[in-house]
Write a protein of this length. Structure first.
Length: 559
């Protein structure tokens, strides 16, 4: 039965061809506009858009907007922009609500064919009877009565919940979805796309297959949790003698240390745990974009994960490795000091025969000369990273310590510390007292050559803010962790939110450059991969620069 009901008649196939200019692959990407897209959606997009693109076909971006309670225009706009940012060009943008008139006609036709009825059971009665395979007392009303009641539903003559239209399928069916699923329900809510024309709205089970069919979709792909809805998908199309797309399912993508469910992401927003939907820690695509992740890196990741039906639980390190690989190839290098420690180079004038500053030419990328060079000024006062000086030397430590030399990146010089001073210019006795170093430039490189090569910025550098990001959750799977500890199913998983997921360093200093444009990506040498956050105020004087750490230079997950 199942195979037969999936088969199209030659007439229907001919109609499909005629309506799609002979296109043999027509897919759709069908987000519900009740949240922003997240990383999981990239798998669906790569399948829906990617399969169509590879086969010279078309992919429609369809807003599956049948639930007016939670849907918003802002999400629609964001989804369109994100799809384009990911590099996809929808053949058409449609809305399930575009078809509300047609769907209503089809519902009336279904009633006429004796295959739908208006039911007045309360939701809990309906659920119980479905469980017990007991037919509704309203199941055998006459067609006339059903037509009349359905019209009354449409006219708003019932209260919300007082009536639904149900498909008359099979209350004994082993698949519970087939036990007379709901086709229409009453909702006195205005719809973001069609306004307040309707007070009855079609269900997912009624809408999805009909709109797929009306759009002449050839391949309808969805995630595995919809597999049990496939029977009713084909039942309805068969009941109405309509064209039948080929349906197949793939597994959801799950990522460690985060959640990829719109409802859960909404909870994180509502709790105010992050800056918003586009917080760089969020697995939303607008968040990943703000973090500096690029579409190429993201797609590389999703493609590498594969499209199987098998469970898709992927460790965050895999995504980060793809991002790191992309950044390493594409990000120009810069020097930024996160926690600056001023260093006075006492012999600057004698060593360099220059009173003020000397310039050095610095390559923008070690392996890509075509990215050019930039000029840095090397000044008598520079800033080094606080963690690159210690009063106590150690064997595996290559930074500066009293008497120990290290090289300065891109200068060819080494320096040696002469004194570590407190704010009052007294000798410091512990690392946290150190506020200033006195050092000398060694024009002769010491032998053996120092192992440490330190990044630095000059007196001409600019203050900036660096935001360092860590995983959103402390554990790989917050939902499972909550279940194991018997925490509340509703929000227990939120206890694993990582309070250190954002660390803000407001005293950082960066090279004064003119290419700090929002979204631009960089490698800060020895420090990490970063991008310029849109919170930056580049026009202000002095400009306020904010950088987000996109990813660390090396993997930081414990083995
Ligand atoms: P949620 O359960 O988070 O509400 P959804 O499946 O209802 O997600 P939609 O916006 O309706 O989300 O989904 C649009 C498309 O993206 C659907 O085809 C859906 O199956 C797919 N999709 C959603 N989440 C994932 C995921 N984590 N991995 C792969 N595909 C996904
Ligand atoms: Mg959905
Ligand atoms: Mg959903």
């Amino acid at each position: 039965r199942s195979l037969d009901s999936m088969r199209n008649t030659p007439e229907l196939l001919a109609l499909q061809r005629a309506n799609t200019d002979g296109c043999s692959v027509v897919t759709r990407f069908p987000p519900e506009p009740n949240a922003h897209l997240h990383c999981g959606h990239t798998k669906a997009m790569l399948l829906d858009f990617g399969y169509a693109m590879r086969n010279g076909g078309r992919c429609i971006l369809r807003f599956d907007d049948t639930n007016p309670d939670t849907e918003e225009q802002a999400f629609i706009d964001s989804i369109i922009e994100t799809v384009q940012w990911m590099g996809y060009q929808p053949y058409q943008i449609t809305y399930s609500s575009d078809y509300f008139d047609r769907l209503h006609e089809l519902a009336v036709e279904l009633i006429r064919r004796g295959k739908a009825y208006v039911c007045h059971q309360r939701p809990e009665e309906m659920a119980r009877d479905r469980e017990e395979k007991r037919p509704s007392p309203w199941r055998n009303r006459s067609v006339e009565e059903n037509l009349d009641c359905f019209e009354r539903m449409r006219l708003g003559l019932y209260d919300e919940g007082a009536a639904v239209l149900r498909m008359k399928i099979d209350m004994q069916h082993p698949n519970p979805v087939m036990r007379d699923p709901v086709a229409y329900r009453i909702k006195y809510a205005a719809h973001p796309h069609v306004g307040d024309r309707w007070c009855i709205y079609p269900s997912y089970d009624f809408t999805h297959c009909l709109v797929d069919s009306l759009e002449w979709i050839t391949h309808s792909m969805c995630t595995l949790e919809f597999e049990i809805r496939r029977d009713s998908y084909y039942w309805l199309l068969e009941a109405l003698d309509m064209y039948r797309p080929f349906v197949f399912e793939f597994s959801r993508l799950n990522l460690s240390h985060t959640v990829l469910s719109k409802r859960k992401l909404t909870q994180i927003i509502e709790r105010g745990l992050v800056r918003g939907w586009d917080d760089p820690r969020m697995p939303t695509l607008i968040g990943m974009r703000r973090r500096g992740y690029t579409p190429v890196a993201i797609n590389h990741f999703v493609a590498s994960v594969g499209f199987s039906r098998a469970e898709n639980n992927v460790h965050l390190r895999k995504l980060e490795a793809c991002v790191r690989q992309y950044m390493d190839q594409h990000a120009p290098r810069r020097m930024v000091v996160l926690e600056p420690l001023p260093v006075l180079l006492k012999n600057f004038a004698q060593a360099l025969s220059a009173a003020e500053a000397v310039t050095v030419q610095v390559p923008n990328h070690p392996k890509r000369p075509e990215l050019g060079t930039r000029t840095l000024e090397f000044t008598p006062m520079i800033y080094l990273e606080r963690t690159d000086f210690r009063l106590q030397d150690a064997k595996d430590y290559y930074g500066l310590a009293p008497g120990k030399a290290a090289l300065l990146r891109h200068t060819g010089f080494a320096i040696r510390v002469l004194a570590a001073l407190t704010a009052q210019h007294a000798p410091a006795t512990s690392d946290d007292q150190v506020q200033l170093l006195h050092a000398e430039i060694l024009t002769q490189l010491p032998q053996p050559r120092p192992k440490g090569v330190l990044h630095w910025v000059s007196e001409k550098s600019m203050p900036c803010e660096c935001r360092l990001y860590e995983p959103l959750f402390c554990v790989e799977d917050p939902l499972q962790a909550a279940a194991e500890q018997n925490l509340s199913e509703r929000d227990g998983w939120l206890t694993f939110f990582n309070p250190k997921s954002e660390r803000i360093l407001q005293q950082a200093r960066c090279e004064s450059a003119d290419d700090w444009q929002p979204g631009a990506i960089f490698q800060f040498e020895r420090v990490g991969f970063y991008c310029v956050d849109p919170d930056s105020q580049l026009e202000a004087s002095p400009p306020h620069l904010v950088f987000n750490r996109t990813v660390t230079l090396r993997e930081s997950f414990p083995k």
